[in-house]
Design a protein around this ligand. Structure first.
Ligand code: ATP
Length: 463
């Protein structure tokens, strides 16, 4: 296994590259910023889209037993009561009595080497906190006087559709996770398609949480995007399907996205919520250490039982062959787009003596190819380069650059991970060939213009 990283320098370099090259911007920067929210720039949105595309291919397109969904952010507020979020979706908050910075107690304990969990009761976590207080220092000021831990609800409230002054009494919520939209549509999907148990529903969408501490760049934000797949099984097949899902999700990260196995590990939850059968997270070796990338959980029949109870709807399933009737059990995989983005940037960031390169898998790179005329002030070169650009852009996302010298253009493309650069020179006008330069080896070869598309396609098809 790779050495646990605690590499603030690497983190700072990634954050700086993200800003410099248009991957990630601080929200509302010209107004002094808005905490725990980020915007994705021209490169960031391409990378995000490629991540989402890869996930959708892997979870929906490649699977005849999984279908997609796009449910709304706002839902009936009772859904969040049924799910347990209104009463139990909370993190333990403490405040440093000296500098007034706020922290999650489970995180402070973990940093001090004490196993803790945000799902512990207020009393349990306070007992653990008090017992270990001598080991804990405020990460901001270094002192160690804290207020008692208090559970703080993470749901974000809104007055949507409520025109009264005291809307706070009956708020609607911005969804705290996307999967509730899946559970409440389970029957609609069943009735409107040909799916049969076991089957899954996948969804990508925004979620909102009032995170207490939002550090570590895009790792933990208050607005983020989730990619979740909920798989409905019969009670007796739940654990068998769970093992299959764990294996499938592991292969997504290692084989499909190409993340090194040594930078990934399974973390088993020791403090299971009462209904859960088993819960594992896949952790990635971020610059700040191994932290949760994705959760893969076996949830039993809790979700549909709760929604059935609170809505009055019959959410049971009748097996057409065996005539057996039951409430389906659910296994889930849930991951944040931004956590994958940060993992991929960490994985790809490479410093070489002369350059910085993002060695992203070609299929994930924001641009697949960049086209340059050798000289900006030679119209015949610019014209030919534009023609090639126009042809390639029908197949891939392509950059066109005629600024500065070729070396600088290569440098800029390396930093955003563009796998190929095409240069149009005077020979191109005579023999219809161009120079194709490979990002990773920096080797250049002459390629006929008519073969360019196929050449690039074959390199990126294999995600
Ligand atoms: P954590 O323990 O890090 O707070 P969690 O256990 O609360 O995460 P889940 O509720 O299981 O997370 O959410 C599933 C996935 O959604 C996580 O594995 C993560 O990839 C993503 N995610 C959750 N919260 C955030 C957030 N605040 N910012 C970005 N991604 C998030």
């Amino acid at each position: 296994m790779a050495k646990e990283k605690n590499n603030q320098e690497l983190m700072d370099k990634i954050v700086s590259l993200c800003k410099r090259r248009g991957f990630v911007f601080q929200s509302s920067e010209i107004y002094g910023g808005f905490p725990a929210v980020y915007d994705y720039g021209p490169m960031g949105v391409e990378l995000e889209n490629n991540i989402k595309k890869s996930w959708w291919e892997y979870m929906v397109q490649f699977r005849e037993d999984i279908v997609g969904l796009d449910s709304a952010i706002f839902m009936h507020p009772k859904i969040w009561e049924a799910s347990g979020h209104v009463s139990g979706f909370s993190d333990p908050l403490t405040e440093c009595k000296s500098c007034h910075a706020r922290f999650r107690v489970d995180h402070l304990l973990e940093e001090a080497g004490v196993q803790a969990d945000e799902k512990m009761s207020e009393k349990e976590i306070n007992d653990l906190f008090n017992k270990n207080i001598a080991k804990i220092k405020c990460p901001s000021c270094g002192k160690n006087k804290f207020t008692d831990a208090k559970k703080f609800n993470l749901l974000v409230k809104s007055n949507l559709g409520n025109f009264t002054e005291d809307w706070q009494k009956e708020p609607v919520y911005l969804r705290g996770e996307t999967c509730q939209g899946i559970y409440v549509n389970y029957k609609n999907v069943l009735d409107s398609t040909r799916v049969k148990i076991p089957f899954g529903i996948a969804q990508i969408g925004k979620a909102f949480r009032n995170e207490i501490t939002a550090r570590q760049f895009v790792f933990r934000t208050r607005e983020f995007e989730q990619m979740e797949m909920q798989y409905f099984t019969s009670p007796d097949k739940e654990m068998e399907e769970y093992e299959k899902l764990r294996e499938y999700r592991w292969r997504y990260f290692t084989e499909y996205l190409g993340i090194k196995e040594e930078n990934l590990k399974w973390h088993k939850h020791e403090n299971l919520v009462f209904y859960a059968k088993e819960a594992y997270d896949i952790e990635y070796n971020f610059p700040f250490g191994f932290k949760e990338l994705e959760g893969v959980h076996a949830r039993g029949d809790y979700d549909l039982t709760q929604h059935s109870k609170f809505s009055g709807a019959d959410l049971s399933y009748k097996d057409a062959d065996s005539e057996e009737q039951y409430t389906p059990h659910i296994i889930e995989s849930s991951v944040g787009v931004a956590r994958i983005l940060l993992a991929l940037l960490t994985e790809a960031y490479t410093e070489e003596p002369e350059r910085i390169v993002l060695k992203l898998k070609p299929a994930l790179a924001p641009y697949k190819v960049a086209v340059f005329p050798l000289l900006k002030n030679k119209p015949e070169l610019v014209k030919k380069a534009k023609e090639i650009y126009d042809t390639l852009k029908k197949h891939f996302s392509v950059a066109f650059d005629d600024r500065g010298n070729i070396g600088k253009r290569y440098y800029a493309q390396d930093e955003i991970g563009t796998p190929f650069c095409v240069t149009v020179d005077f020979d191109s006008l005579k023999d219809d060939t161009v120079t194709l330069r490979d990002r990773d080896t920096t080797k250049q070869q002459r390629v006929e213009v008519k073969l360019l598309t196929e050449h690039i396609k074959s390199a990126i098809i294999n995600i």
